[in-house]
Design a protein. Structure first.
Length: 270
């Protein structure tokens, strides 16, 4: 069903770890829609080597970068433009990691060094990327930058721990940088707030299996899949969404606007 809506567009896709990753699905669809891009991930995440398969499939090159390192990001942004032969039109930030969540630390008993790491990897890396793109004037006018987020930024989901704080910061960065980059270069910046999805990062959250079922039953359309998320990302990278910026866009089958569903309320009947 490809329509070539990204024909001629160049970009960077962060965060494809394996075929379940949301970024993986975005890369596959962006390729089918005519985009050219560089794939990147943390050097440590590449040890698994699965990203090579994606690079081959999408005819793209890989540049390793730890998204918390300004040096790595600078190299990525410069080399990507050399490889692609020009400035960028889109960037996908699909990165999240919390050592506290991984190690089962309760939100009221965080290790604060790890907390800093959570914020650095999952949110400040977005600011670093944007700041370096702006410094190197790496994005074309009307370029589109997206980061993936979760509704725990607005409402408490107890097992999401300090990732909730990281997502709040991430969404705020999209708004603040979106203003400045919009005024300077007409670059648009948004976050997409995705349904719970079975991926390596998603499944790391305690009670994920029960939770994904709850979310499914609380969403009039059901949970949005990773493939559907990729479709939304591609639409946001295209010229059909040029005046959307500084928004947190819910892609969640209606979950965020639902108080309760009939399916859920029936569970509480006698
Ligand atoms: N899966 C879900 O339920 C869900 C729901 C809403 C939002 N999201 C968000 O979607 C994004 C992608 O996650 P996913 O679900 O596809 O899982 P994933 O585990 O496939 O992707 C997370 C990626 O972050 C990368 N990463 C971690 N530390 C890094 C670093 N220092 N430098 C560069 N990359 C680093 C990992 O290598 C991995 O590729 C994340 O921001 C996540 O929070 C996921």
């Amino acid at each position: 069903m490809a329509n070539n809506i990204l024909k001629g567009k160049k970009g960077i896709i962060f965060g494809a770890l394996n075929s379940q990753s949301i970024a993986w699905k975005v890369a596959e669809l962006a390729h089918a829609e005519g985009a050219e891009f560089v794939l990147t991930n943390a050097p440590i995440a590449m040890r698994m080597g699965e990203i090579n398969e994606l690079a081959e499939k999408t005819n793209s090159q890989i540049i390793p970068a730890d998204a918390t390192s300004n040096e790595d990001l600078e190299n990525l942004i410069t080399k990507s433009q050399e490889i692609l032969g020009g400035k960028l039109d889109f960037v996908l930030h699909s990165i999240g990691m919390s050592p506290n969540v991984r190690k089962g630390k309760h939100y009221t008993d965080l290790n604060h060094d790890w907390y800093n790491k959570t914020l650095d990897v999952s949110a400040i890396s977005f600011h670093k990327t944007l700041q370096l793109c702006k410094k190197h004037d790496a994005l074309n006018d009307w370029g589109s930058v997206l980061a993936l987020t979760y509704i725990a930024a607005q409402r408490i989901f107890p097992d999401y721990g300090d990732m909730a704080d990281a997502k709040s910061l991430l969404e705020s960065i999209a708004r603040s940088f979106g203003y400045h980059y919009g005024v300077a270069k007409k670059v648009r910046i948004n976050t997409i707030s995705q349904s719970p999805t079975v991926t390596t990062a998603g499944s790391g959250v305690k009670g994920f299996d029960e939770f994904i079922n709850y979310s499914e039953q609380m969403s009039p359309l059901g949970n949005a899949t990773a493939e559907a998320c990729a479709e939304y990302c591609v639409a946001m990278f295209s010229d059909y969404t040029r005046y959307v910026t500084m928004q947190n866009l819910f892609h969640d089958g209606g979950f965020s606007a639902t108080g309760v569903t009939q399916q859920v309320i029936e569970k509480f009947g006698n």
